[in-house]
Design a protein. Structure first.
Length: 434
């Protein structure tokens, strides 16, 4: 059974479950917003449905109920590889089922069939200044594909609402197939010789991405697979996910929706964190003499940072209350493949030192590292040292989660998102009534 056939089998069942839930429990209160939440970015308000993943404060992100350690063990891997294939996590995100190796190969083959990028997109990219931020180029390239949208075409033809998911599936598969080639070319035209490297049919999605960037290192293939899996989804409330869902809720096609989501990811408070952490780590090492410091020297430097009213980048999380499992997975990769790397040694020492200092400092709700505390150091080790490109890597990965959910948005007929807003004057009046 193909991925699309499997999805078509599951859609009617979940539609019925939701119909029953709304009928029987439609008036049950899930969340109540406070004044602080209204002014604080709606943080924590339970008000949207996101099927593909859920963030647990203790265990971290769960993809369709599976933890990251479970997925690293259970998802199919490339021949001779040890890290899960991104095609496998996409199958899981869409269907809720762990795929077989055969099913993963089917997704790889399907993406190869759809990977050819229209000449018009290449032409548009070539007209852009090479000093334009890679995320701007990435968003423009995604939007340039919009004329190919099957969903837009079928919608204009008058397709029934119950079938919206089908052309959306086609758009998503076409888009995901093309993203690595587009992102890799942006990397090469911005930082390298500008020559486009063709994909190789024998390689999987992640390895092909690395190959098209010009990095044919089996270890980096493995890192790319792991990176793409770890960053693929993070429930629905983050800016890139929420934006993709919001724009899609207006029945905009996948190209409009994803381009908008990537614009959100490009913000300094969202997708830029990994490069900020790496820059801070490198500056810290430079201040400490260009070497890995002693624990005592590092402790003093961390206290100096906190006493200046600054934060320790990469530490803390809005929801998590333990070490981010995505951090742990990357740490395990580094311990195996690059244990003598000087920046990694400093990252490890910070991990040994920072949590206790943050606990003593007392202001951080979560003194543990998140995913951004580690990812930049791994990319740097394998030669990807262009900070501004890190968010594009993040974007290619995150596309899997937000686009899988976009298919389900259309399959379930989720409504256009339209929350009620109020004014400060209205809030003052309401508070005065209490």
């Amino acid at each position: 059974m193909s991925l699309k056939e499997k999805l078509a089998q599951k859609i009617p069942q979940l539609r019925e479950e939701i119909k029953t839930l709304v009928k029987d429990h439609g008036e049950k209160v899930l969340s109540e917003a406070t004044v602080r939440q209204a002014y604080g970015g709606m943080r924590g308000i339970k008000c949207m449905v996101w099927e593909t993943s859920l963030l647990d404060p203790i265990e971290g992100i769960r993809f369709r109920g599976y933890s990251i350690p479970e997925l690293r063990q259970k998802l199919p891997k490339a021949r001779g590889g040890e890290e899960p294939l991104p095609e496998g996590i996409f199958w899981l995100l869409l269907t809720g089922e762990l795929p077989s190796s055969k099913e993963v190969k089917e997704v790889t083959g399907e993406w190869h069939k759809r990977e050819e990028v229209p000449q018009n997109t290449w032409k548009i990219l070539k007209t852009l200044p090479t000093d334009m931020h890679p995320m701007t180029q990435f968003s423009i390239a995604i939007l340039s594909l919009q004329p190919t949208s099957e969903f837009a075409k079928k919608y204009n033809e008058g397709i029934p609402k119950t079938e919206y998911w089908d052309p959306m599936y086609e758009d998503v598969m076409n888009l995901l197939a093309k993203l690595p080639a587009i992102a890799a070319y942006i990397y090469r035209r911005t930082y390298k010789d500008g020559k486009r490297i063709r994909p190789v049919k024998r390689l999987d999605w992640g390895a092909n991405f690395a190959h098209m960037m010009g990095i044919d290192n089996p270890e980096y293939y493995e890192l790319m697979r792991l990176y793409l899996v770890l960053h693929c989804d993070h429930e629905g409330g983050n800016v890139s996910a929420h934006t993709t869902h919001l724009v899609g809720s207006a029945l905009s096609d996948a190209f409009y929706a994803l381009s908008a989501g990537m614009n959100g990811l490009a913000g300094p408070l969202h997708g830029l964190a990994n490069q900020e952490v790496l820059r801070w780590i490198q500056n810290l090492m430079q201040k400490l003499g260009g070497r890995v410091p002693t624990k005592e020297e590092l402790s003093k430097a961390l206290w100096d940072t906190l006493n200046k009213g600054q934060v320790i980048p990469g530490y803390g999380h809005a929801v998590l209350r333990r070490t981010d499992p995505r951090y742990t997975a990357q740490r395990e990769f580094a311990l195996k493949h690059m244990p003598e790397d000087q920046l990694f040694k400093l990252v490890s020492l910070i991990y040994e030192t920072a949590p206790d200092i943050l606990k003593e400092h007392g202001k951080a709700k979560n003194p543990w590292p998140n995913v951004d505390a580690h990812s930049g150091v791994l990319q740097w080790h394998y030669g990807v040292r262009e900070y501004d490109f890190y968010t594009v890597l993040f974007g290619v990965s995150r596309s899997m989660g937000v686009l899988a959910q976009l298919i389900w948005d259309r399959a379930l007929g989720l409504a256009i998102e339209r929350p009620k807003s109020v004014t400060t004057e209205w809030i003052k009046q309401e508070v005065g009534k209490m």
